[in-house]
Design a binder for this molecule. Structure first.
Ligand SMILES: Cc1cc2nc3c(=O)[nH]c(=O)nc-3n(C[C@H](O)[C@H](O)[C@H](O)COP(=O)(O)OP(=O)(O)OC[C@H]3O[C@@H](n4cnc5c(N)ncnc54)[C@H](O)[C@@H]3O)c2cc1C
Ligand code: SF4
Length: 334
């Protein structure tokens, strides 16, 4: 049985109280649903003296459309079940409802929050193991107790994988993240929140808490989809993931593509936004050339690593397949 390390818990009921508690206790960590941080603590990947719980912060639980600002606002404490089932999210952002609805299992989605999902720790086959297991490979790695990387042996940076199902989708939908910390409130594009270091892969400043995700309301017709490959259809984290979004001239799969966005997860610590998709613009979405252009660009620009189970070369081939299938499924919607 894996035991938790000892820690104190504080449960403020305001965001300001959370920020103050984080400042009061060096090394304190936030806990929301606990579905990621508690397993990691059981693996002794961290031993914070204090967990600051968001359970009583009701201000983080709002999910509302703000027409004046042209946004859907999702509080960091909204659960993945709520997002998957919400009528507005399903109508306006179906790829997000889908991604939230296939995380883990119903019990986990009832506890798991979107704030926790966005701040999910990076994952690696060499680190998400018990302390005993890590001892058997010579005492861990850069992200645990050691000073080497087993994925890139001469690497200086940890390349553990950003494995959130929702992050690629949120970035494909141009989401912003709202943070509150000791220096106040700031808003930044979610795409800019991550950097390529699996040990500390977000740009959150000390004492900063995620309070909201903001999604710009669609300006016109759009198709969006999330495709995930995992070994089992439930419980498992993605071993590759692709979020697709196409803005169209009219609401038809035969309409011309005005804008295309593709975001890939589970590569390194940072999601990748695929570039050079211009060749697909102006073509009908239903033109097979669009699926080919987008899937070839994704395959060319994304190189999975041996940081999660299954061979990197196989996952790279599957990236091409899953991207193409994602476009074809959007066309099949008519
Ligand atoms: C068996 C199993 C399967 C899983 N499968 C998947 C999967 O398929 N896809 C997937 O995406 N995830 C998966 N997860 C991971 C996890 O359940 C989700 O990512 C979940 O959304 C995490 O949210 P949480 O509220 O439980 O986060 P917590 O565990 O409470 O926190 C996670 C991290 O985020 C930080 N944090 C939480 N809230 C905030 C905030 N508001 N501001 C700043 N930092 C914050 C915490 O300090 C911690 O570092 C799985 C977990 C388990 C146990
Ligand atoms: S990528 Fe390297 S340093 Fe990072 S967790 Fe995996 S083995 Fe450790």
């Amino acid at each position: 049985m894996l035991r938790l390390p000892q820690f104190q818990v504080e449960s403020p009921d305001t965001v300001e109280g959370v920020v103050a508690a984080l400042q009061r206790h060096a090394g304190a960590r936030v806990i929301a649903g606990g579905t990621d941080i508690l397993p990691n603590l059981k693996h002794f990947l961290d031993t914070p003296p204090v967990l600051v719980s968001l359970a009583r912060v009701t201000a983080l639980r709002g999910l509302q459309r703000d027409d004046a600002a042209g946004l859907l606002r999702i509080g960091a404490g909204v659960t993945l079940t709520q997002i998957a089932e919400d009528a507005q999210v399903r109508a306006l952002f179906p790829s997000l409802a889908h991604a939230a609805g296939i995380v883990a299992s119903p019990v986990i989605r009832n506890m798991a929050t979107i704030g926790g999902n966005v701040n999910l720790d990076t994952r690696c086959r060499y680190v998400n193991q018990s302390e005993f297991w890590r001892g058997s490979i010579g005492g861990g790695c850069l992200k645990s107790e050691g000073n080497v990387c087993h994925v890139v042996p001469k690497g200086r940076n940890c390349v553990a994988a950003m494995s959130s199902d929702n992050v690629p989708v949120l970035i494909s939908l141009d989401a912003n993240i709202v943070l509150v910390g000791p220096e106040g409130r700031r808003v930044l594009p979610l795409a800019d929140y991550f950097h390529a270091d699996g040990v500390a892969h977000t740009l959150a400043r000390p004492g900063e808490v995620t309070v909201e995700l903001q999604l710009p309301l669609p300006a016109g017709p759009r198709r969006a989809r999330y495709t995930k490959w995992s070994v089992r259809r439930s419980i498992d984290f993605p071993l590759l993931s692709v979020a697709l979004r196409f803005d169209l001239a009219t609401d038809s799969a035969h309409a011309e593509v005005l804008a295309a966005k593709v975001v890939v997860g589970v590569l390194g610590a940072k999601p990748r936004v695929v570039t050079r998709l211009d060749e697909a613009l102006g073509k009908p979405l239903s033109d097979p050339a669009v699926a080919r252009i987008v899937s070839e660009a994704t395959h060319a620009q994304c190189k999975p690593l041996d940081n999660v189970p299954y061979e990197a070369a196989y996952r790279r081939e599957m990236l091409r397949v899953y991207t193409r299938r994602g476009v074809e499924a959007m066309v099949a919607e008519g």
